[in-house]
Design a protein around this ligand. Sequence first.
Ligand code: CDP
Ligand code: CDP
Length: 207
Amino acid sequence: MSNSFTIAVDGPAAAGKGTISKAVAAHYGFGHLDTGLLYRAVGAKMMEGVAPVTAAQTLTPEDLAREDLRGPEVAQAASKVAVISEVRAALVDFQRAFARRAGGAVLDGRDIGTVICPYAQVKLFVTASAEVRARRRFLELTAAGKVITLAEVLADVKARDDRDMNRAEAPLKPADDAVLIDTSELSIEEALAKALAVIESRMETAG
Ligand code: CDP
Ligand code: CDP
């Protein structure tokens, strides 16, 4: 295996990208970057009145460590700033440097396999039906104490999917060489086993 090995994990909201990426990174001792956090941090700053491009150009580790980035309001703001090409451009170098880190990296997001790391040795596109994804996110949010209905979460997920898939720059779509994993009917363990099987076979090919 070469010194840097990159695994790109893309897909729509609450498909299970982060869960798979975190477990895969722990399995191989790779670094993991949840790139959605970058857009969420920019979205949160926009909600506070900072211009999105300025926010993206001046993002700090503290901005990414904020505890208020997980909610649906910030998620909506994230998908709004994510259509701005200068915002995306300001975040590219950081993501690419992370992807090249020695020892291997897993990045999850929307455009990792298509734009950020087209050379990635492994590309997974993790998906599930909007209803299943909304239910998962609803359970997560209510467990964290958020007062919200399933219908509101479904509307949030669908609005973001729509915006993410139809934007001009770096739209959400599987890379031509991505392997699709539909987790609608899979447990976390089953989804992870599928991902690991794909990665193992690619690692053998990559030598
Ligand atoms: O990163 P992404 O938004 O794609 O989704 P996630 O945060 O990894 O997963 C959303 C929720 O679905 C989490 O609470 C997971 O535990 C749950 N889940 C899953 O990820 N995969 C399954 N096969 C079943 C549930
Ligand atoms: O966790 P979840 O899948 O719900 O969302 P996220 O991964 O935290 O991403 C929040 C938003 O950031 C998405 O809806 C996208 O609009 C944007 N995003 C993006 O455009 N490109 C990425 N590589 C990651 C996120």
